[in-house]
Write a protein that binds this ligand. Sequence first.
Ligand code: NOJ
Length: 528
Amino acid sequence: MTLSDTKPWWQGSFGYQIYIRSFADSNNDGYGDFQGIRSKIPYLKDLGIDFLWITPFYPSPMADWGYDVAEYCDIDPTFGNLDDFDALVEQAHESGIKIVADLVPNHTSDQHKWFKEARKGPENEFRDYYIWKDPAPDGGPPNNWVAYFGGPAWTFDETSGQYYMHLFLPEQPDLNWRNPKILEEFDQILRFWLERGVDGFRIDVAGGLMKDEQFRSNPEITPWDPEGDRWEQFESFEHRYDIFQKENHEIFRRWRSIFDEYGAYLHGETYILEPSGLAELLPGDGMHGGFWFEPMHIEWDPSEIRRSIVEVSELVGERILWAAGSHDMPRSPTRFGNNDLGRSRTLALNVVFSFLPGVPVIYQGEELGLIDGDVPEEHKLDPVALNDKQFGGRDGCRTPMPWSSGSNNGFSETQPWLISKQRDVSETAEAQIGKPESWHSFYKELLHTRRSLPDLTGLAVTWLDSGQGPVIWYERGPVGVVVNTSSETETVKLSLNSEIVYKTSQMELSESQEVAIPAAGAFVYLRD
Ligand code: NOJ
């Protein structure tokens, strides 16, 4: 038996996040769908992708664009039906691509039948599926918890005179994970999809499921301004009691045994910006992995880049999922300059991620160097757009994929669900595929180089840079990765008989084994 027979399928793999509404529209109704994804499987295979993580596709009133699930074991008609889903799984598998779905277990839609029942009153059999509390003595919310999207985490229910809890919108009531029936319901839901051939799940809000048993108020750090920016509101508190409760782990341990039966990948949206916090969420016998979000918050600065990579990599290693962008954050090239420099920096960051322990994931369009789409103010649809002063909401990173020079960038013949300005032709897949030195070519070559190199699983990372200067440099087994983060050319000297196997711009190895790396350039080498 070889190592590749025994190691889980995701080790050494490269993922691609599909925001389904905006990926590919097969029936020209303005929404991306499963048939659309199917039509792009050859594109994804050619790019070198190993698995797709597809954002929620379940029936939903779309208050939070699918992260408000009204039925867990079905497909929203916007995206197709269960037959389309099965066909996608089959086609992807035939092309050697795995499918990872997105499970939203922290909350349901307020239109889910469980909540519609629960709302009928305290005697209803589904009441305890959710979190209900009497008002505080002054009639206000039971404690000081606030929602991620701003405002209190409690909404008053006139019918029963009680509050229900929600970490996100009032339309997304939180489930009560202390109720064993919820555990049983989700065991069934997971098996439903695993039986259909799903290869894994990304768990939404993985740190939020369990709440403090006594519902204690969080310590206030700065005075809470209920009218403030959503992040300011959230960061006014130390989240000691609402999220990251140790008991979450019991749930993941239970799910792990189910996932292991199917050889499926259990990983989470582990939104915590402390390496030690991520390590606590991923003790090894629960989720196989978790996303690390700090790189989505850093400035382009060598010490920040190092800080966001080195410590967590040492602590959490193979369990990390590395990503520079997602459907929740401004696109990385936008954050790093909103121009070609930002695109080069994002590519360089992805080069760094690609050879570290863990699983790299790119967000649809990252391979085209996409900056955020331009969504006119009056067309913004993200429910948090108004009170997200820091980022202005999440619409910019969710605009449709630009496939070609046609109208609506070839995404759809109809006006897409999210209206944005037409992109420049040079940003489209059509213009970039097969063109030397296009962003698409650089990403494709990165993924293919990675595949062609020896398996690095289990090998440790050695950091070779000084820890101070602009060069970031590590070796792992026979592979070395070097990035120049500065805006000047930097030179490094490699050991004898090294060979450059990938580079993001013109770079040559001189006779004295020196390489001059242009600003934001990166290269990969094989050493003797
Ligand atoms: C994280 C998801 O990525 C985000 O889009 C969503 O709004 C929240 N969780 C709530 O489900």
